[in-house]
Design a protein around this ligand. Structure first.
Ligand code: ADP
Length: 278
């Protein structure tokens, strides 16, 4: 695993991929030298790490650290300036079916007039096909997933009438129904009630038992050692990544949370210098 890269002056124009390595098919996710910029401002810089099969991995870092951007880059939803990403030793596009995504709850219009069961079944459209009717077996799978997260009784409720915890369980059920091997989850435990948190953690543990891998953006530092095997400390760069017992140290947390302003100032002034030179 990669940790503490030396500080390099940002130079987007000169960034070239320099990796011909291949990740083994058993490795759920490997990222090399990933840089992502929005309007020429880098938000992820030379990010490199890999994820072990069957592990529960927390992505931790302050607001604006690039955590959601990292998940979106892995899912090919945003372009990258440089870097390489492999999912099960392959391009994401080739392994798409094996990847489940749980987006941030706030990113969705919960007033949309559909039922909980509809939302979970929609997660299966890649398999069903947009033009095909939803079959009994798909509904049964969606119901089973709702059962797993403890909200089968809400299947026919409109999603606008759900609590935050119920919304999050709906999302998790949708991901479960997809039966993926790698799950990327954007803050599934943010602002949920204690019962939902427990239900979600139990579900993550059950998924791990089945050999599935979950990469989870997580805000509550206190529960990281209890819930996760590995952690990726991110603040635009990877501060450290690896087993919680080794890398989740006060020093690394200080580097992740304490250095943010300095780091961003450094990068912004270097970008301005770069712009002047061009
Ligand atoms: P985190 O998930 O760690 O809070 P994000 O990945 O959401 O961080 O954001 C990282 C940085 O990128 C932030 O400074 C944010 O303002 C910026 N950002 C995120 N999305 C966009 C976008 N679509 N366009 C421009 N800037 C963005």
């Amino acid at each position: 695993m990669v940790s503490n890269r030396p500080s390099t002056p940002p130079n987007l124009a000169n960034k070239k991929p320099h990796h011909d390595e291949k990740s083994p098919a058993s490795t759920p996710l490997r990222v090399w030298d990933l840089t992502v910029a929005y309007q020429r401002t880098p938000v992820l810089w030379d990010v490199a790490f890999h994820v072990e099969p069957g592990s529960l991995v927390a992505i931790v870092g302050p607001n604006g650290a690039g955590k959601s951007t990292l998940l979106r880059a892995i899912l090919n939803l945003i372009p990258r300036t440089s870097g390489k990403i492999q999912v099960f030793g392959d391009e994401f596009a080739a392994q798409r079916r094996r990847v489940g995504y749980v987006p941030q709850r706030e990113s969705v219009d919960w007033d949309f007039p559909v039922s909980v069961l509809d939302v979970v079944t929609m997660g299966l459209y890649r398999e069903i096909g947009w033009l095909w009717p939803v079959r009994k077996k798909h509904r049964a799978r969606a119901m089973e997933a709702l059962n797993q997260v403890g909200i089968a009784d809400l299947a026919h409720r409109q999603i606008s009438h759900l609590s935050g915890g119920q919304q999050q369980r709906t999302f998790l059920a949708r991901a479960l129904a997809q039966d993926a091997d790698l799950y990327l989850m954007d803050e599934p435990l943010a602002a949920v009630d204690a019962a939902t948190e427990l239900a979600i953690i139990q579900q993550l543990r059950a998924m791990k038992q089945q050999g599935k891998t979950c990469v989870v953006i997580h805000h509550d530092l206190q529960t990281v050692p209890e819930y996760f095997d590995d952690v990726l400390l991110l603040n635009m760069r990877v501060v450290a990544s690896g087993p919680v017992s080794e890398v989740f140290t006060p020093e690394n947390l200080q580097k992740t949370y304490g250095g943010r302003l300095t780091l961003l100032d450094e990068v912004s002034s270097a970008m301005r210098r770069q712009e002047k030179l061009l």
